[in-house]
Design a protein around this ligand. Structure first.
Ligand code: IVH
Length: 700
């Protein structure tokens, strides 16, 4: 089994370095628990504390009283509301070897092998205790130093999943984590920057700052996940006895029954397993779906599930001995923003990209990160030379979360926005958040034509980027329609174009005229519409004529097109009218085979804003299908786009992510996290061959 990660300790050479390390760690911990901005990312903090612990093991007489080791919250925070039972921290393990060693020490303490382990996500927020009296939420307290916390009852009402009254009038304390989901974090930063504040560096920091903030002119929602349920001094004796005797998993079912949000309804519910091997397998499963979770986790918590085992193992002053945090690799690191590049895409969008001082996150060296648009840069208050928190999870393109404002030296420089198109020097259309060259898709004509000719669009064989450059530079082609007007002798006049390649290219161009409307539409490169959106539009309207006749209301009836996108798509189709006319005149197909146009105005959208459209038939009718891994057999040559087209031809919906709504996952060789998620959600899986049988007759 591969270790998931190992965190090397920082090397401390002498007492002075040790003193400095303690000071750094305490100030980072204070920022971590109070929502301030820290100069250390989690990985760097863990390394520093390990280094401090290593030095202290060698120099037991030199341990400083303010050392973070052995203390809850690194000893950096205090509180004034006493906890009835200490709120402890957790020890960490970083690899399966360290985990095995932990289970051995657990067995030594309990005097027997533990055979019931609870395994669940380690939620990346902050711990709170919620006191309920007779079923009503009366007080919310942070963990503080573990013995006493801070009263944050003012936040009651802003934390989803922590109901103000329970399903039964019981007196209990619910413990758990308050965090911001990714969506809540983005919302919080929008609201905060709109009020002139600095954006929070990450969701955890945002939750900590928001929970403690007393006098803000706005409130932003957060989410609670319960992971503990215990009696209070005046809890009814019978209930108190239950709460001390029940297994952790039963307590969590009880909490959920009372109306408290737990991990149960997420893609990573807490489960009970019997062996350390099963624990490690579950850790790998959770790690595999981590990038797709709508909230942050920084590890997996493993607990002895039975109350008797917990009692036998006992607790230390900082952490229980019956639970441990199996840390997952950090997904965030701090690095520096060196430069911002402005690249023009195939539709003429001028997109900024951050050039970073290279940083290794979860095994990959990251040098670039997306910066969505100029407004986004302004909102985040980024400057060149800033230290920035960079986030990278799974295969998603890395992004900058926020500048680490207090690491500024004063030498940071403003980011210059281009005044002319960096590619062709034309003016810039800044009317939308995403800036665009005034020449639109003609600015980067080579990219736009190469995309149109690509395999998933018009699929014109022999028309790669080099040939496109040649056609554009020779002046033969100035837009997509010109391709269809090319004559034999024109092509023959080009360098490296013999008779055979000319005839092949002309035949490929002629064949492209028969592509379905969805591909023609995609080839046009309407902003905000990729392959799957183009298919949905084409299937919905059936003909180009219907698409062109659609106003924003009609466009919104297409699944996935909201009130913001609809008008811009309509405007862009209108802008493309002359080009579309010329394509149609050249004989390019403008209909979608098998699609029926929507009934005129009476197609009322459903409550969720989508319209059901004509009931699809076919072997996959009513099914939502996700394809993952490499296809084999007769599906081997199909691109992912062609697989999705096939699914839709068979009456199904294609999707790229697995959720509760998914009905079938076609998992080929090398399928990873999507397959794991499907297994976990109990979604039907099929091999490429089984799937081919299901859609027999429609392939090809
Ligand atoms: S159980 C006695 N379960 O991680 C402590 N803690 O680094 C038992 N945390 O203080 C805690 N997710 O704030 C538990 N599923 C989970 C958790 C979890 C996050 C936090 C908690 C704890 C910290 C330790």
């Amino acid at each position: 089994m591969m270790p998931l990660m190992t965190v090397p300790a920082a090397v401390i050479v002498d007492a002075a370095a040790y003193a400095q390390a303690v000071e750094d760690a305490v100030s980072a911990a204070a920022a971590y628990y109070t929502g301030g901005s820290s100069h250390l990312d989690d990985d760097a903090y863990d390394r520093l504390v390990r280094g401090i612990a290593a030095w202290e093991a060698e120099h037991p007489d030199g341990i400083r009283p303010d050392s973070p080791t052995g203390k809850v919250a690194g000893g950096a925070v205090e509180g004034d509301v006493p906890h009835t039972v200490p709120m402890l921290s957790l020890d960490n393990v970083f690899s399966s070897e360290e985990f095995t060693a932990w289970t051995a020490s657990l067995a030594r303490r309990t005097g027997r092998d533990v055979t019931r382990f609870g395994v669940g996500p380690k939620l990346d927020g902050l711990a709170v205790a919620a006191r309920y009296r007779d079923g009503r939420l009366t007080r919310l307290i942070t963990r503080g130093d573990g013995t006493a916390g801070e009263d944050v009852s003012h936040a009651i009402g802003t934390v989803q999943g922590l109901p103000e009254s329970l399903a039964e009038p019981v007196t209990v304390e619910v413990r758990g984590e308050v965090l911001m989901t990714t969506a809540q974090f983005e919302h919080a930063n929008e609201v905060r920057t709109a009020h002139g504040g600095q954006p929070f560096a990450n969701p955890r920091n945002a939750a900590a700052g928001t929970l403690r903030a007393k006098e803000r002119s706005y409130t932003v929602p957060m989410t609670f996940f319960g992971y503990g349920l215990l009696p209070l001094p005046d809890t009814d004796a019978a209930l108190a006895a239950d709460l001390t005797e029940l297994a952790h998993s039963d307590l969590m079912s009880m909490a959920a029954g009372l109306g408290v949000h737990t991990s149960a309804r997420t893609a990573v519910p807490d489960v009970v397993v019997e062996t350390p091997e099963q624990v490690v397998a579950r850790v790998q499963e959770i790690a595999a779906v981590r990038a797709e979770l709508p909230f942050g986790i920084d590890g997996v918590v493993v607990k002895a599930d039975l109350a008797a085992d917990q009692r036998a193992a006992g607790s230390g002053s900082r952490a229980p001995r019956w639970a441990v945090a199996y840390k997952l690799p950090a997904v965030e690191k701090i690095t520096r923003l060196l430069e911002v590049e402005w690249n023009v895409g195939r539709t003429g969008i001028i997109a900024p990209r951050a050039v970073l001082e290279p940083v290794v996150i979860d095994g990959s060296t990251i040098t670039y990160a997306t910066l969505h648009n100029p407004a986004d840069i302004t909102r985040r208050g980024l400057r060149l030379g800033d230290h920035v928190m960079v986030h990278r999870a799974g295969d998603v393109i890395p992004r900058i979360e926020a500048p680490v404002a207090h690491l500024r030296t004063g030498d940071e420089q403003p980011i210059a926005f281009p005044e002319r198109c960096p590619r062709c020097g034309s003016g810039i259309d800044t009317s939308e958040e995403r800036w665009r060259c005034a020449q639109g898709r003609n600015c980067h004509l080579v990219a736009s034509l190469a995309y149109a000719a690509g395999r998933d669009q018009l699929d014109i064989e022999g028309l790669g980027a080099t040939r496109v450059v040649q056609l554009v530079e020779s002046g033969l082609v100035a837009d997509l329609a010109d391709l269809f007007a090319l004559r034999r002798e024109q092509l023959l006049s080009l360098e490296r174009m013999g008779e055979t390649s000319t005839d092949n290219l002309l035949a490929a161009i002629a064949k492209a005229k028969e592509q379905p409307l969805s591909r023609v539409l995609c080839a046009l490169g309407v902003r905000g519409t990729g392959r799957s959106m183009s298919r949905r539009i084409a299937r919905h309207f059936a003909t180009m004529e219907n698409i062109r006749a659609a106003d924003a209301d009609a466009m919104q009836r297409v699944e996935g097109i909201g009130s913001e996108k609809a008008p811009s798509i309509v405007a862009e189709i209108a802008e493309l009218a002359p080009l579309i006319d010329r394509l149609a005149a050249a004989g390019v197909n403008m209909t979608e085979p098998g699609a029926t146009p929507p009934p005129a105005a009476d197609a009322v959208p459903d409550a969720d804003g989508t319209s059901a459209g004509p009931a699809a038939d076919g072997p996959l009718a009513g099914m939502t299908v996700v394809v993952t891994g490499a296809m084999t057999g007769i599906l081997e040559k199909l691109t992912r786009n062609q697989m999705n087209e096939l699914i839709e031809r068979a009456g199904g919906r294609s999707s790229s992510s697995v959720s509760k709504k998914t009905t079938l996952v076609v998992a080929g060789e090398g399928a990873g996290s999507k397959r794991a998620k499907a297994e976990q959600l109990g979604i039907r899986l099929s091999t490429p061959d089984e799937f081919a049988t299901l859609v027999a007759g429609l392939v090809g």
